[in-house]
Ligand binder design. Structure first.
Ligand code: ZN
Length: 492
């Protein structure tokens, strides 16, 4: 039985490697005309991949192993994760599965078209159908549970509305007033505005940052794509992408730092559990905690730039007129804005709060789904204090709903909050500032490997946070971190 199980594991990993490689290729270097031929083959491979999982023999193996008390700890966890995965297709026929996949593809096209024509009405009927189908399929899987709670725990095991409510209420009570205070206080000047940063020099600098973070070409590669992302092909093939903008050097730098946070997690997983379902199942929240920790807690700190800013100044001469403090203040400017992905560290969780409130209301009926665009705009005004001029910068900005990823957004804010708690613990155990200042990022990576990375999803997110910090998840760390950092930055 165990041998058969291992055969399936190997087969599954082969399809995964093929599909992930093709996807990375498609998003980075593949020529435009290649997509049709590739998409057809990828669709076929995805179908085959799905068939392996739903194969009667494999389902039976999992059922049997579930009741086998002789399994070692790692195999037991693997079986548990496969079982969770199989549960998501439970009671759903292949026709229902494929027609939902088709609906998502059509919705994506409608979303793109709606964006092009700045007309939410084109997308609206698809979004309503996605909501209805998500509800229906979730109830088929779990007829006795609250739909949105099931979706929330799909993306972050152990989370539900009650816990997220507590988390977001704290954000509302503490962060919304802080943002208002900052908006009314003296603004920080963006010292980098108006300069041009030639792309070839930016690329050189990105390489400097990569080696500072100890992301090497032994296991990594940094390509270019429209939206930066990271992709694991295997433990020793943890790829990332970034993008370059001549007017904004910070875009490429912070995209890289963020994505390396993800990639280091993938690369530092222990050999015994690497490249299988335990590696694959790292929760969205814990994954994002690593990228946010790199990007914000470490990457926007003064100590990080004490080492790295002089190197940047040597690349772009005009920066010699801007002091380290002015630079560090600039990279931490906070200002309410409309687009989530461009939001600063402080206003970011408010964007997530808005999507969480809407999703919760969509599934419990308290939000009028025929009026979603206005519901969106109303909340942006309430929490961020700004008007949404059009749906492009409102409800049409994110891709996630077109993919029926309801329940996914909250993990972004959760990841930032985990990061603050982990950062707090890290500072107690190692001298973070001195390591950053003295080009010793390897020691930070080592600490994270021991505390978090090596375990991947060997434990639940709740246990991972407990093991790493000695405490259960506590959103207070996040709120305190933001309050301390931004009150001192804005002298309030
Ligand atoms: Zn990320």
């Amino acid at each position: 039985m165990i041998n058969k199980f291992k055969e399936y594991e190997f087969k599954i990993s082969a399809y995964e490697l093929a599909l992930t490689t093709m996807n990375f290729d498609a998003m980075t270097v593949a020529p435009k005309l290649s997509s049709e031929y590739r998409n057809e083959r990828m669709e076929y491979l995805s179908g085959e991949y799905y068939s392996i999982f739903t194969d009667k023999e494999f389902v039976e193996i999992i059922e049997n192993l579930k009741n086998d008390n002789s399994l070692d700890f790692i195999t037991k966890r693997k079986v548990e994760l496969y079982d969770q995965f199989l549960n998501k297709t439970k009671n759903i026929s292949k026709e229902e599965y494929t027609s939902f996949e088709k609906l998502k593809m059509d919705s994506y096209d409608a979303w793109e078209k709606a964006r092009k024509e700045n007309d939410y009405k084109i997308y609206e009927p698809f979004l309503l159908k996605l909501i209805e189908t998500s509800k229906k399929l979730t109830l088929k899987r779990e007829p006795n549970k609250d739909v949105y709670n099931v979706l929330l725990s799909d993306y972050e095991d152990g989370m539900d509305k009650e816990k997220y409510d507590e988390f977001f209420n704290l954000i509302k009570e503490e962060i919304v007033p802080l943002i208002k205070k900052i908006t009314d206080s003296k603004q920080i000047k963006n010292q980098l505005e108006g300069y041009k940063f030639p792309l070839n020099i930016q690329k050189e600098y990105v390489n400097d940052i990569l080696s500072y973070l100890r992301y090497t070409d032994d296991f990594g590669v940094c390509a270019t794509s429209i939206h930066p992302f990271s992709s694991r092909l295997s433990k020793n093939d943890a790829r990332i992408t970034t993008r370059y903008n001549e007017n904004d050097v910070l875009d490429s730098i912070f995209s890289v730092i963020h994505e390396v946070g993800h990639a280091m997690f993938e690369h530092q997983v222990a050999d015994e559990i690497a490249n299988g379902i335990i590696h694959n199942s790292i929760s969205m929240g814990t994954h994002e905690s690593q990228s946010r920790l790199f990007e914000n807690c470490l990457g926007r700190s003064k100590a990080f730039w004490e080492y790295n800013y002089p190197i940047l100044q040597n690349k772009f001469d005009f920066l010699k007129n801007i002091s380290l403090d002015e630079f560090v203040n600039t990279i931490n400017i906070s200002k309410p804005s409309l687009i989530r992905v461009d939001a600063d560290e402080l206003t970011y969780p408010l964007h997530i709060l808005i999507r969480y409130e809407l999703e919760k209301g969509i599934f419990d009926g308290s939000v009028d789904i025929n009026n979603l665009s206005n519901e969106w705009n109303k909340r942006v005004k309430e929490y961020l204090g700004i008007d949404v001029p059009n749906d492009l910068r409102g409800i049409l900005q994110d891709i996630h709903w077109s993919d029926a990823s309801f329940g996914y957004f909250p993990t972004y804010a959760l990841g930032s909050a985990y990061a603050a708690q982990i950062f707090n613990k890290m500072k107690q155990e190692i001298d973070v500032d001195s390591l950053l200042r003295n080009n010793k990022y390897d020691e930070i990576n080592n600490w994270l490997k021991e505390k978090i990375h090596k375990n991947a999803a060997l434990y639940s997110p709740k246990e991972i946070i407990l093991k790493a910090t000695g405490e259960e998840f506590n959103p207070r760390y996040y709120v305190d971190y933001l309050k301390n950092k931004f009150s001192s930055l804005y002298n309030i």
